[in-house]
Design a protein around this ligand. Structure first.
Ligand code: FAD
Length: 570
């Protein structure tokens, strides 16, 4: 049985000798394997040990609800975060490394994180602090404040690059600029990795802590080892931003995404052992288990990008860009993740709710994003309710009914609705569906992409600012890609290609379960209007499935006109 934190601190309390500490600060890198900063911290602790002056290795996690709430983070993600910290504490304890868990005072705001880290450094006599860099603007500001605060105590700070296989800034155009188009970035990425094979070397876990904490440090560790449950945190409950799952629902969500490195690595191994071979063919089908569903683990760093690329490459005889198509395409998706991180690091304005291409700031939306927006929060629908109950009135300040209907899966476009209900129920969405629903919100409903981005953030277990922002700006045509704004997904054609027999729609839109023909499910109201004998108007009215909010063909023309006007006026 792994030792608990109490057992660990009891062990520490018996001791009296060690004098100083090397500290690793965990954030979105919740793993002990292949963790650059943690390994360096462990090595520093060993090399600093000299004669009677002993150096311990300790770790820190700051529970900072104010930061999570600032992002509008989903309750399901907060819960996953907390569960992974618990798993990490137990894994560290097996190596005799304590995890100090400190709360950041919600009322003091995110800046107070620097006071928290400084206090820990003082209490544990920290000589060196290590962490892995986070590239978002607020995180960078926070880390600068922390570095300045602990420098006053004489603590040496070492930030490490670990989130990507290739560090942002290392792959640039001939002119030395950050790539803004994916394909040349991908080619350059492959060249760089081939020339610098060490970037793929998976790092060792830290050595065990062989030293003994002083009794003062031990009692400090002992009194700061409790990890609060997610539902007890202000980030979870004190905000109107999200639809909160009930505790029963949360239990169900926990079974979908078990916490911890072992669970993540098991999932990676299962995927690379077989499913990866068919990835290029099955990854677009929402009913097939075609993708890895590793995104929640990658978003919190329970698994590293290096571990994923290395495992895929091993499954492909050591190759990355040639060989088996499944592995090659999967690695390309991991490179999309890196691409968006490089873009975010190079163009930080994307973190600040601004279009990558400023000429699209002037689009006249049917509903614009604002900083004070209240996202609609309704009870999470059950898959078994037929039909779902009518929505209660939306709270004041909620965006227009088009947006609300989209969030609740009531647009009248079955595949869009199935995808949105699936998100509410599982906290995750398949990539093909993310592309379809984002295009629908922005181009068919002409709702500001920032509202969609916020809704995804408020509901996704795998929310990741760089990938979410990149995905939304890609769909809106305001982003880095060369994609022109007039390429607009037709939701019925997408259903024809990716949910041919309507299986996915029947699974999630219970009002339409009786429609067995996939063709009719692509536009049931349209079929009824054309006189279908199966899907009649009467049956459609009885089943309660909503009429389409907009006519796709007309909405498409309106979107093209609105985007064109914005470009001309810029
Ligand atoms: P797999 O297909 O198995 O891919 C493996 C990994 O590669 C993923 O886990 C992910 O880390 C990365 N990846 C795959 N596709 C992409 C992509 N298009 N862009 C960036 N990285 C990718 N991904 C997130 O991790 N968090 C988000 O908040 C997020 N928001 C998105 C919003 C929109 C509008 C769109 C279009 C895409 C978004 N994505 C996001 C990217 C992608 O949809 C998810 O990464 C993917 O669905 C996760 O499923 P998987 O783990 O089974 O992926």
């Amino acid at each position: 049985m792994p030792p608990t934190s109490t057992a660990l601190s009891a062990l520490a309390a018996k001791t009296t000798s060690a004098s100083s500490t090397v500290l690793h600060w965990f954030r979105t890198d919740l793993r002990i394997h292949d963790n650059t900063a943690l390994l360096l911290a462990s090595k520093a602790a060993q090399s600093l040990t000299r004669g009677e002056s002993r150096t311990n290795l300790a770790c820190l996690f700051v529970v900072s609800p104010v930061e999570w709430r600032g992002h509008g983070c989903a309750p399901v993600k907060v819960d996953f975060w907390v569960r992974n910290v618990e798993a990490l504490r137990d894994t560290l304890a097996e190596r005799g490394i304590p995890l100090v868990v400190k709360m950041n005072d919600d009322k003091k705001g995110w800046k107070a994180v620097s006071e928290v880290v400084k206090e820990v450094c003082k209490e544990l006599s920290v000589e060196e602090l290590f962490y892995n860099v986070e590239y978002e603007v607020n995180e960078q500001r926070r880390d600068k404040m922390v570095t300045e605060a602990v420098a006053k105590l004489g603590v040496k700070v070492t930030p490490c690059h670990d989130q990507c296989v290739v560090e942002p800034g290392k792959v640039v155009t001939k002119e030395g600029k950050v790539y803004t188009v994916y394909t040349p970035f991908k080619n350059s990425w492959h060249r760089y990795v081939s020339e610098n094979k060490a970037v793929l070397a998976v790092r060792d876990p830290p050595s065990s802590n062989n030293h003994k904490f002083s009794s003062t440090a031990s009692s400090y560790i002992d009194s700061h080892s409790t990890i609060p449950s997610a539902p007890s945190l202000p980030a979870y409950s004190a905000t109107p931003l999200f639809s909160q799952p009930s505790l029963t629902h949360l239990t169900f969500l926990r079974t979908l995404y078990p916490a911890g490195e072992t669970a993540a690595q098991t999932r990676l191994s299962a995927f690379t052992a077989s499913r990866i071979d068919a990835y290029h063919e099955s990854r677009d089908l929402p009913t097939a288990p075609g993708t890895s569903s590793l995104s929640p683990y990658l978003a919190l760093g329970v698994l590293s990008a290096r571990q994923c690329v290395s495992a895929a490459s091993a499954a492909n005889g050591g190759r990355r860009d040639t060989g088996k198509q499944g592995a090659v395409v999967w690695i390309q998706e991991l490179i999309w993740r890196e691409f968006y991180r490089h873009v975010l690091a190079g163009f930080p304005h994307v973190c600040k709710n601004r279009a990558f291409k400023p000429q699209y700031e002037g689009v006249q939306w049917t509903e614009s994003w604002s900083r004070d927006v209240v996202l609609p929060a309704f009870p999470v629908p059950s898959t078994t309710s037929t039909p779902p109950p009518p929505l209660p009135p939306a709270p004041p300040g909620t965006p227009n009914p088009l947006f609300t209907a989209w969030t609740q899966g009531r647009t009248g476009y079955p595949l869009v609705d199935a995808a949105m209900r699936y998100l509410l129920h599982t906290g995750w969405m398949h990539n093909r569906l993310r592309m379809i629903v984002s295009s629908f919100l922005v181009k068919d409903l002409l709702v500001d992409w920032r509202l969609g981005e916020a809704w995804f953030c408020a509901n996704l277990i795998d929310h990741d600012l760089a990938s979410n922002n990149g995905g939304w700006q890609w769909a809106a045509g305001t982003g880095t890609d060369a994609q022109p704004y007039f390429r607009i997904f037709n939701p019925s054609n997408q259903a024809e290609k990716f949910d041919k027999d309507g299986k996915f729609v029947r699974m999630w839109v219970k009002e339409l379960e009786w429609v067995k023909d996939g063709v009719l499910l692509r536009g049931p109201w349209e079929a009824a209007a054309k006189g279908s004998v199966v899907v009649t108007k009467k049956k459609m009215e009885e089943c309660g499935y909503p009429k389409p909010l907009v006519d796709h063909a007309q909405a498409r023309l309106a979107a093209i006109a609105a985007f064109k006007l914005a470009v001309q006026g810029a």
